[in-house]
Write a protein that binds this ligand. Structure first.
Ligand code: ATP
Length: 363
């Protein structure tokens, strides 16, 4: 790896008896788009606040651009923070807002004007310099906030759910914009989100955070296709998680005893008979109806509900044994399937299921 731009080593943060961040370590190369992804309360914001210096770690060290940040105030760090609630000055123009940081540093008028023009260009607001903040849309305000942070040329830009207040369509547009801006300026971005699609769209690398710890740190593709824990499998995209025990192990072929039924699954770690496991099967891996008759694993289910999602639909199913599933089906395939309240066969192959150890086998 290149010389890391941001390196956290053994970072822990206690608030009284709450362990908000628990022994977190990671290194981000310069120019990467890195995301901290996790559910509400998992510690993402606390990690950001420690990097930016608004919070001090209980233990561990933070280095930015090769310098130890211990004891450094936020304004002494080469970082800038953008939040969801933008602190733009509403009575000032767009250009004045962007110029603010440079004026504080007593940059010359000509240089300030040059930099502001460059930033307006970068965020595609070249014609909006003289507008008041109150005359802008949500997405435009967000661009101004990003320009205002980037004009200070931070080594690292920290973004804490900056798109949270925007509607879905605008958020998706801004995700692509942010990625473009990041590529153009080459600044290291650290992005906090609870939205897995957002993280997948933009990031070079994602750290999935749960209860103050990093569960997995990988590229978006790796995290989706090779989740290391049941939590990651469930958090990144929808999945069906079934709890059971390994009742038979033969090399990489295993049989999992679920309540009332045995299922075949591929084992990709060493485990003995009796090990407690979660079995994850993605909704798109389930075959329904006629196609399921030749599948290795088959279950009879009742269709409890059908949720339309545009070109796709999700079937909520419950098996005779009481196991719950969601299966994803294209609009086209729906015509061939039974309707709500009726029964349908579902099936999948052993290699479509992924096993995670939840409990060691009793000795
Ligand atoms: P969200 O997505 O909801 O913003 P988050 O992942 O950013 O959540 P944090 O804000 O980092 O989570 O909070 C992590 C944990 O630390 C939570 O249990 C929270 O209640 C607790 N916490 C955060 N700040 C403080 C504080 N100043 N005092 C006490 N507890 C805190």
């Amino acid at each position: 790896m290149l010389q890391p731009d941001v390196e956290l080593t053994g970072i822990t943060k206690h608030f009284g008896s709450v362990v908000a961040v628990d022994n977190v370590s990671f290194a981000i190369p310069r120019g990467d788009f890195f995301s901290l992804l996790g559910p509400s309360g998992c510690g993402k914001t606390t990690i950001m606040r420690m990097i930016s210096g608004f919070e001090q770690p209980t233990r561990g060290t933070i280095e930015i651009a090769g310098q130890n940040m211990s004891g450094k105030k936020p304004y002494e760090r080469p970082t800038n923070l953008v939040f969801q609630h933008l602190s733009l000055f509403p009575h000032m123009s767009v250009a004045q807002n962007i110029a603010f940081g440079l004026e504080m540093k007593r940059t010359s008028r000509t240089e300030t004007d040059r930099q502001v023009a460059r930033m307006l260009e970068l965020v595609h607001l070249a014609d909006y310099g003289q507008r008041k903040i109150s005359q802008l849309s949500g997405g435009q305000k967000q661009r101004v906030a990003i320009a205002r942070a980037l004009v200070n040329a931070p080594a690292v830009l920290l973004l804490d759910e900056p798109l949270g207040a925007l509607d879905l369509k605008l958020r998706e547009q801004m995700q692509l914009e942010l990625k473009r801006i990041q590529r153009e300026v080459g600044t290291t971005f650290i992005y906090v989100t609870h939205d897995q699609k957002e993280a997948i769209t933009m990031s070079d690398k994602i750290a999935v955070v749960n209860h103050g710890r990093i569960e997995q740190m990988d590229s978006a593709v790796e995290i989706y296709e090779n989740p290391k824990t049941a939590f990651v499998a469930n958090f990144i995209g929808e999945t069906n998680l079934l709890e059971g025990n390994l009742s038979l192990v033969n090399g990489s072929a295993a049989t999992v005893s679920l309540p009332g039924v045995d299922i075949r699954a591929a084992l990709n770690f060493k485990a003995a008979k009796g090990t407690g496991v979660s079995l994850s099967v993605r909704p798109e891996s389930l075959v329904m109806g006629q196609g399921a008759t030749s599948a290795t694993n088959r279950l009879n289910t009742r269709i409890e509900d059908i949720v339309y999602l545009g070109s796709m639909a999700h079937y909520r199913l419950v098996s005779q044994e009481g196991l719950r599933f969601t299966a994803e089906v294209t609009q086209k395939a729906m015509a061939e399937l039974p309707v709500r309240g009726e029964t349908v066969l579902i099936g999948w192959e052993p290699e479509d299921g992924r096993l995670f150890e939840t409990r060691q086998a009793a000795a």
